[in-house]
Ligand binder design. Structure first.
Ligand SMILES: [Mg+2]
Length: 219
């Protein structure tokens, strides 16, 4: 617990907030293709995924083979990069003494590889990274956010920055946080339709991550 900390705390979702999840999916299929030594397999998987079909069926993988390839996909080291403006945003927040956390749903192995590939350990302390498989519940359970509040009980404000109105904002809204949705990218994996989930709409929407800075840093 840090009772001396009286500055803001900003919690980021990971997928489709700090980087494009579509890029991760494409990277995964390319890794599977490389594993099979077949560019053609990678291309087949990508085009079937893009048309909503089963990418593993598209290359004729049976149940056992699919499980093996999925394991490879989930543990691959991805070729992904931070969204435009994300690096600048994280740097300014760090320089301003804002505490940062990441709360993300997913498998430990996959999310850890993404964090490493994006270099996010430079900005977020190890004990401020919460991955659902490690936490033992999805982010909608609230355990991670409660842990963050109890770590910084005197923070001047709590912000949640995400992309998915079905999941990201329900708990922080209920806890009285400021919720910010990053919109403006049609390539997102999850729909950004507002008004679909009770209590799930964000308070603020921004098109680019640097727009959150004046909302958080007031002086
Ligand atoms: Mg997301």
């Amino acid at each position: 617990m840090n009772e001396e900390f009286r500055r803001p705390v900003v919690v980021f979702d990971l997928d489709d907030t700090l980087y494009s999840e579509r890029d991760y999916v494409l990277s995964g299929f390319r890794a599977v293709g490389a594993f099979l030594d077949s560019d053609e397999a990678a291309e087949k998987m990508i085009s079937s995924w893009e048309t909503g079909k089963d990418p593993y069926a598209a290359i004729g993988a049976d149940g056992e083979e699919t499980a093996r390839l999925l394991g490879h996909y989930r543990s691959h080291f991805p070729e992904i990069s931070l969204r435009p403006g994300a690096e600048e945003t994280l740097r300014v927040l760090r320089e301003s003494g804002v505490a940062m956390a990441i709360v993300t749903d997913g498998r430990s192995v996959s999310q850890r590889q993404k964090l490493k590939a994006l270099g996010l350990e430079r900005y977020v302390a190890p004990d401020m990274i919460f991955i659902s498989e490690e936490v033992g519940e999805p982010k909608t359970g609230g355990k991670a956010l409660r842990a963050i509040v109890s770590r910084y009980p005197e923070a001047s404000g709590f912000f949640f920055v995400g992309d998915d109105p079905a999941k990201d904002f329900v708990v922080p809204n209920r806890m009285g946080w400021t919720t910010i949705c990053l919109t403006g990218d049609a390539g997102n994996i999850h729909s950004q339709d507002f008004g679909q989930t009770a209590g799930g709409d964000p308070q603020i929407s921004v098109d680019r991550l640097p727009e959150i800075l004046p909302l958080i840093i007031k002086d």
